[in-house]
Design a protein around this ligand. Sequence first.
Ligand code: ADP
Ligand code: MG
Length: 255
Amino acid sequence: MKEREIDHSATAIVRMEKLNKHFGELHVLKDVDLSVTPGEVVVIIGASGSGKSTLIRCINGLEEFQSGRLEVDGKVLEPHGKAGQTLQQIRTEVGMVFQQFNLFPHLSVLDNITLAPRKVRHSSREEASQTARRLLERVDIADQAEKFPNQLSGGQQQRVALARALAMEPRLMLFDEPTSALDPEMIGEVLDAMRELAREGMTMVIVTHEMSFAREVADRVIYIHEGEIVEQGSPEDVFDNPEHERTRSFLSRVL
Ligand code: ADP
Ligand code: MG
């Protein structure tokens, strides 16, 4: 399905080196190294509680970490969350879609999408609305612009959340189990929108339990266990020929 080429000599968008994260006594991320190249789609898999959410939340500064190096789109995030200015910049350049859609319930679909471009990017109402309508068309819900979140299905809400993130023209998109809160019949429409985004060349880091989707879109699959990257490689390598017993045992439970 890939129509895109990844230039591995390009400067990495995410460069994480020996990152360590603790929640009190709990050592959640252990010397994690992760580099993401522009245009690359990285899928992170692993059991519940293994640190997947924490890992991607570190990338856009939603969680601070205690040691290691992290650079996102050329900006350095300091341990202990020191650089406030950098954090603002990173959140502007990095889009995130959560398991719970986190839409603003009191705003229409259109206003949900135009809010950040108007406030942060200082786009005009006119310009922001045009972009929003174009994005809604792209995620196939152009006719829902005037509705409020609670008038939409879960799958539609998640597509609004995706459009809202894209409205900021992010360089990188992070997804944390974007389909886990959806009824089964709605999972496909959200995965379709993500598939399309991957095809267009968006750089994406995705946590998901949808293994066949992972196999299809991922350039690289990373298996994380108790805060450590145990194994990574192409979907074929990881799914068909896992090297580590832990990976095999995880896959035998989820595939
Ligand atoms: P995953 O997304 O893989 O299920 P998480 O990153 O959410 O895993 O969590 C990793 C570990 O960190 C778990 O043991 C979890 O209980 C713990 N954890 C996550 N968030 C917090 C928090 N805010 N405070 C304390 N412990 C947390
Ligand atoms: Mg999680």
